[in-house]
Design a protein around this ligand. Structure first.
Ligand code: UTP
Length: 297
């Protein structure tokens, strides 16, 4: 069956990014001039996704506004002859992909957010794309997962190696064997293991291709100690009755829900953006010289 649907969970509180996330969704934080979630929606479109469900929550209205039209702004741009900006605004409204919204009433975990997509997904395979995780590669990671699914018809989770001391921040896989280059048969999935108990350094990153059998499992899933329904636990349960593979991502990942990574991503993107790249490059070179001098003093 063709993979046509995606769920983008974007209802988390974003506490790692406080205070800005007190009133603003972290998924709307700009990378130079484009909100993070727009990159994710564009990745979905490039991967052939037709329908997206964005799971939102309180203080997340600006996500809906961003993909809606803005007649006042558009009229103003039209009158001033700013046709480039007018087109930019209209293109976001007419992305050629259907976007639906639902609310998660309490931030009860990623598993709970995904469970809210059950009737949207129906009995089709679908992808989950985390609203704060940017993936850069020649072929979009979502498309890579869909290509794998088209070969195996199995759920496939994106993973990549992370530094060993960071494993406790992620869902980690216990690999069994590599069944073809970059595709791993998984023994178990463990959410945020202690550093000395982690079964590998392969961490689950923000893209999942799941079969709809995940929904009855999520419905039965008990919350963890922190009161959250973990998607990783549901995937581990599913893996006991149908195979779930791990696909190794070789591109670049930016977790923009974390301040340091967000700043690095903004700089990297700014060095590619036609309006900022030259000035930013000069600035960084001069800053580097200054910092080096300070370091020697
Ligand atoms: P994160 O754990 O990165 O998001 O979840 P968070 O909980 O907002 O962040 P911190 O840790 O407090 O800073 C990954 C994605 O899942 C969504 C988030 O919005 C984010 O895009 N999510 C998380 C939900 O939609 N609902 C939840 O209950 C939890």
């Amino acid at each position: 069956m063709k993979v046509r649907k995606a769920i983008i969970p974007a209802a988390g509180l974003g506490t790692r990014f406080m205070p800005v996330t007190k009133s603003m969704p972290k998924e709307m934080l700009p990378i130079v001039d484009k909100p993070t979630i727009q990159f994710i929606v564009e990745e979905a479109k490039k991967s052939g996704i037709e329908d997206i469900l964005i799971v939102t929550g309180k203080n997340k209205r600006s996500i809906e506004d961003h993909f809606d039209s803005n007649p006042e702004l558009e009229q103003n741009l039209q009158e001033k002859g700013k046709t480039g900006l007018l087109k930019m605004s209209q293109d976001i409204t007419h992305l050629g992909i259907n976007i639906y919204y639902t609310r998660q009433p309490y931030p009860a975990g990623l598993g709970d957010a995904i469970a809210r997509g059950r009737s949207f997904v129906g009995d089709e395979p679908f992808v989950v794309m985390l609203g704060d995780d940017l993936m850069m590669d020649k072929v979009p990671l979502t498309k890579q997962l869909i290509d794998r699914y088209n070969e195996t018809h199995a759920s496939t989770i994106a993973v990549m190696p992370v530094p060993h001391k960071e494993v406790s921040k992620y869902g980690i896989i216990k690999p069994e064997n590599e069944i073809m280059p970059g595709l791993i048969n998984v023994k178990s999935f463990v959410e945020k293991p202690a550093v000395d108990k982690a079964p590998s350094d392969f961490a689950i990153i923000g893209r999942y291709l799941l079969t709809p059998e995940i929904f009855p499992i999520l419905a039965e899933q008990k919350p963890d100690k922190g009161g959250e329904i973990q998607l990783t636990d549901a995937i581990d349960t599913m893996n006991k009755t149908q195979r779930v593979f791990a696909h190794v991502f070789n591109g670049v990942r930016h977790d923009v829900g974390n301040k340091e990574n967000y700043l690095e991503t903004s700089i990297e993107y700014g060095l590619k953006h036609p309006e900022t790249k030259d000035a930013l490059r000069k600035y960084i070179i001069n800053l580097g010289k200054k910092l080096e001098k300070q370091g020697k003093e």
